[in-house]
Ligand binder design. Sequence first.
Ligand code: NAD
Ligand code: IPM
Ligand code: MN
Length: 363
Amino acid sequence: MDPQEPPKKRIAVIPGDGIGQEVIPQALKVIRASGADVAMSEFDWGADRYLRDGMTVPPDGFAMLGRDFDAIFAGAFGDPRVKTNIHAKEILLGMRFKMDLYANVRPVRLLDAALCPLKGVEPKDVDFVVIRENTEGVYTDAGGVFKQGTPDEIAIQEDINTRKGVERIIRYAFEYCEQHPKLDGSSRSRVLMVDKSNAMTHAGGLWQRMFKEVSGEHPQITAQHMYVDALCMQMVRDPRPFDVIVTNNMFGDIITDLAAGLQGGLGMAASGNIHPGKTSMFEPVHGSAPPIAGKNVANPFGAILTAAMMLAHMGLTREAEKIEAAVREAVRQKKTTQDIGGTLGTREAGEWVAERVTKRLSS
Ligand code: NAD
Ligand code: IPM
Ligand code: MN
């Protein structure tokens, strides 16, 4: 190897369950077509494996991912045969929590006006990002059930918010705002903190104080606040004012499905689970979608856009841009699956994008 050449990036691929097994192979095809200098290793973690031999994550699995890979590319986890959802919890939330991937970055971008259910909304009007806290909140599953099955049953689900956790995600949002311009090249300028501090005063108070402190260090960025209920209403009335949104784990989960609706549905939404400087994990926002799994109808573009996000994160920006341009062109030409108005299957839509990426390479 030329000593000047950067080392090949190593990607761990975990397709998982349901449509994860259909969309990830399409995204891998597109990554290969982009010419990205990567080595990919696949892992069979998911419901099938769990039902076969009880394994969710092998011992030392997370340490191995962090040590041997530059990024993780995951599909989806969730299978009606595993009622407890234990494998998804251990694999997906395991990566987020045990690898401390504290920033769940979910860009919300409209690629074509035809995809937005709102009237008169164009791509330039929807280009914001949700920075979701990814290691705390109600997702820690702290709490318990007492007197289960009796009329006196008590269920407690604690909302854990640490000063360290809240501060670092707010800081991440401000730094993201400074470092990531919009698609049209203009700078980002606003960070909106979303909470429910009018009802959840203890956790909300901590978020409010940390937001004030960190925003004070970034006077050039406009700091804004909204309650999460009002935000939902605003998002479907007029998404134009949004820029960078920072919020807790649960609210971030919910509003990014809503925001996926603005982009054309869950099949279009990408995400990254990031800890700067550590091996990070990238996955489409959608789940395993059991009703449509195995039918070659799932939209692979969310996974393909996620692949582009992962390549950009690893510094392969040229390849990422080529992939995004090809997806945008596919949407424009309606070379898509049915959920966003086309007639192609999962494989055919993936193939079209891969071919487009290859053509752009040779032209
Ligand atoms: P889901 O995102 O899997 O699907 C909801 C519906 O959205 C689908 O039935 C389908 O109609 C549509 N949809 C989703 N992705 C699509 C795509 N790529 N193309 C076309 N249509 C698409 O959400 P759900 O039904 O609430 O959850 C199903 C399972 O997935 C559950 O077990 C859930 O826990 C799990 N889940 C996993 C993840 C993840 O692994 N990151 C995310 C969300 C849900
Ligand atoms: C997501 C999913 C997960 C979450 C589930 C599967 C636990 O909905 O990635 O958005 O709630 O974070
Ligand atoms: Mn979700």
